[in-house]
Write a protein that binds this ligand. Structure first.
Ligand SMILES: [Zn+2]
Ligand SMILES: [Zn+2]
Length: 301
């Protein structure tokens, strides 16, 4: 887990974040994702400055291991001086050695956040789910931590005042907010009541706006007027181009028309929940169900 440096904002990793959510559904299935309907409770990972450092860290680690249902996994937590915030050695287990930066000795309330990320590394390691590059893999880890209910701790560890700033993980605060919002929309949960950091609250709001936009893209019936107008224009063009056998995806446009020889025109677009691409015929009102996450989609194609 990275540490320090200026805090990056916005949504620079959004494509990898979305790919991570899709990969998670593919690996776990809808039913297993649904079993994570309860987030890590604040009281279970609370860490006061009077608590014993090592016993407290072990207790929080055990709670997170339990959350991810890794019954036999045992985390051995140590502290040392290092440039990273935290690190875990991914071995066959069942013992995993986690190192936390020395500064957590005096920032105990963020130990839960650091351990949430490291326990998710163990979880993904056991699932054999990974992305090719280190950076992509870290984005996958932060996304899964958050989507499965432990990542609100990472967003809450983001704090800024006039003198200093602190942020854990690879996602920007707004991206953590986005994944957390996707989770809230799925489970009907409101994590904002757990935030102790005002900056986390703001970032969550921005992430929620972005997450809601996903459900307002054409051809979904919830799309706004401007989007629908553009969609109608693109559909007309797709029909014209069909004769010329062109079309396909365009950058920045979520949907794509697929004019295939002999077949009727179809449109594909990402599922607003899991981002898997859905394909439906172009014939007015269509109700589709995402095969991966089972979201029912009302479309006007
Ligand atoms: Zn990591
Ligand atoms: Zn879906």
């Amino acid at each position: 887990m990275a540490n320090g440096g200026p805090v990056e904002h916005g949504f620079p990793h959004l494509e990898t974040v979305r790919a991570s959510i899709t990969a998670l559904y593919r690996r776990l299935s809808y039913d297993t994702v649904r079993t994570f309907s309860a987030s890590v409770a604040p009281a279970d990972v609370a860490f006061g400055d009077v608590d014993d450092l090592h016993l407290g860290a072990q207790r929080v680690a055990r709670e997170l291991v339990r959350h991810f249902r890794l019954p036999d996994a045992r985390l051995v937590v140590g502290f040392r001086e290092m440039s990273h915030a935290a690190n875990v050695e991914l071995t066959a287990g069942p013992e995993y050695f986690v190192e936390l930066n020395d500064r957590f000795r005096t920032h105990r309330r963020d130990i839960g956040a650091a351990l949430a990320h490291e326990v998710t590394h163990v979880y993904l390691h056991r699932l054999d789910l990974s992305f090719p590059g280190t950076r992509e893999n870290e984005i996958l880890t932060d996304t899964v931590t958050t989507y499965l209910g432990a990542g609100w701790l990472l967003l809450d560890a983001y704090r800024e005042d006039s003198a200093s700033s602190q942020k854990l993980g690879y996602l920007t605060p707004e991206e953590f907010g986005y994944v957390l919002a996707k989770r809230s929309l799925l489970f009907g949960e409101d994590p904002s009541v757990w935030f102790t950091s005002p900056q986390a609250y703001t970032a969550y709001g921005k992430g929620m706006d972005r997450a809601r936009e996903d459900a307002r893209q054409p051809p979904l019936t919830a799309a706004g007027w401007a989007g629908r107008r553009r969609y109608a224009h693109d559909r007309r063009r797709a029909r014209e181009q069909r004769e010329q056998r062109e079309g396909g995806e365009r950058p920045g446009v979520p949907y794509a028309f697929t004019p295939e020889g002999g077949e009727s025109l179809k449109v594909s677009f990402p599922c607003p929940t899991c981002r898997q691409r859905i394909r439906v015929p172009v014939r007015g009102r269509v109700r589709a169900r995402c095969a991966l996450c089972r979201t029912v989609l009302e479309c006007d194609t």
